[in-house]
Unconditional design. Structure first.
Ligand code: SAH
Length: 405
């Protein structure tokens, strides 16, 4: 799965823009600007709760086109104390997407003041420094950190186990005599079996007993611990939003090409592979690290609702044409309505299906901070809502509608 998605030459994400109507699938930030704006509200509440530190690392894992962060920054741009503190770090494996992110964050490259070789890159939306990294490990430590991972965990490689007469066996990919792929069961325990054992210890025996497949994602478990350790030491919090379950995931691995499910082994590298995120495993992995507390998961609909998306949508609707209003309302319902995941949009699927219940949000925050998933700074939120419905943002909606056409 890792090779198929991120191989530096042929990986699915490496050479193409996969998002939107012309791509393979669509994500919440691409559905509506309100998504990134609400994440901005969440992050600013967290910054407030941290005591308004003067420098903060803002890290996005897997930023796609960079749309979420562009909307986030535009939304908070009026709050100078917050934006002045931001050092933005994009964790992205795809050079093609890095270029798109550079463009969407309206970045400029400047020679450094001391004349040394290293050039500085700044997003002109908020005049914040931006840098790119291949992994979280490469992001400098030592500053309070806000991490956002939207639809990142679902792309991490998972291992599937199947119940057989000899016990749980890992499903492996084999090459047949005529050079096609097929699934086989491992003859003996594999390294991922250790993670299966760990995962099963966290579950009820009844929950495991009724399953004949189990998925475990060692990378997700390890990454959660890396995030938690960083937050426990440097302070701050992480927000993970993805589609998934709050329990053991059985058999969810899927391939999507041009908004349609296809066979997982069909032409690997030409379709997106993703799987449901096991939020319970993320919670248990984080709870093994001292100094952090975990909040959620809650549904995307509850999460966006508690951040005030209803007020935001009304503010936008007051300042737009009938045509824009239609798009704003549709975007809103896609974000908070009910439905299956991943979000499905294609020529033969005219009815929009919501992302409000299958997508879930979870926060891992430094212990001293209270639950920022339920923000208590209503005042800031109101102030922010007023700020983000200014003319600049209305123009942004118009551009988004035009691009969609
Ligand atoms: N967050 C975006 C994109 C989600 S798609 C959105 O919601 O629209 C997954 C993103 O993670 C892509 O940008 C992909 O290139 C990146 N990605 C996937 N696996 C990665 C890895 N192992 N390391 C770094 N980036 C990765």
């Amino acid at each position: 799965m890792e090779e198929v998605l991120t191989n530096p030459k042929l990986g699915y994400y490496i050479n193409r823009d996969v998002f939107g109507a012309d791509g393979d699938f669509i994500t919440s930030p691409e559905v509506s600007q309100m998504f990134g704006e609400m994440i901005g509200v969440w992050a600013m509440c967290l910054w407030e709760q941290m005591g308004r530190p003067s420098k903060v690392n803002l890290v996005e894992l897997g930023p796609g086109r960079g749309t979420l962060l562009a909307d986030f920054l535009r939304g908070v741009s009026k709050f100078k104390n917050f934006t002045d503190s931001l050092h933005i770090h994009m964790v992205e494996c795809s050079p093609t997407l890095q270029k798109l992110q550079y463009r969407n964050l309206k970045c400029v490259t400047e020679d450094s003041a001391d004349g040394n070789e290293k050039k500085g890159i700044n997003s002109t939306i908020t005049v914040s420094p931006v840098s790119w990294h291949a992994s979280l490990e490469q992001v400098p430590t030592g500053l309070p950190t806000i991490i956002v991972a939207h639809e990142f965990f679902d792309a991490l490689p998972l291992h599937q186990f199947q119940k057989a007469s000899r016990g749980w066996c890992e499903k492996m990919v084999d090459v047949t005599e005529n050079s096609s792929f097929r699934f086989v069961l491992s003859p003996q325990p594999t390294p991922a079996t250790l993670y299966l054992m760990k995962r099963c210890k966290w579950a009820d025996s009844e929950e495991i007993f009724k399953l004949d497949h189990i998925e475990v994602c060692p990378k997700a478990m390890d990454l959660t611990q890396e995030i938690s350790k960083r937050i426990g030491i440097d302070g701050g919090g992480a927000l993970i939003i993805d589609y998934g379950l709050n329990g053991v995931v059985s058999n969810s691995l899927q391939a999507i090409r041009k908004h349609k499910f296809v066979d997982i082994l069909d032409n690997p590298g030409s379709a997106d592979l993703s799987a449901y995120v096991d939020f319970a495993a993320i919670r248990h992995s984080a709870e093994e690290v001292s100094g952090v507390s975990v909040h959620g998961p809650m549904t995307q609909s509850q999460f966006l609702g508690s951040l005030g998306i209803n007020f935001r949508v009304e503010a936008l609707l007051e300042n737009c044409t009938e045509e824009q209003a239609e798009s704003i309302r549709t975007g809103y319902w896609r974000l908070v309505g009910e439905g299956e995941a991943p979000f499905w949009e294609g020529p033969d699927n005219q009815t929009p299906i919501g992302m409000g219940t299958r997508y879930m949000a979870m926060a891992i925050v430094m212990c001293l901070l209270c639950s920022v998933v339920f923000p208590c700074h209503v005042l800031i939120i109101n102030e922010m809502l007023i700020s983000i419905c200014e003319e600049e943002n209305v123009k942004n909606i118009i551009v988004r509608i035009k691009n969609k056409k």
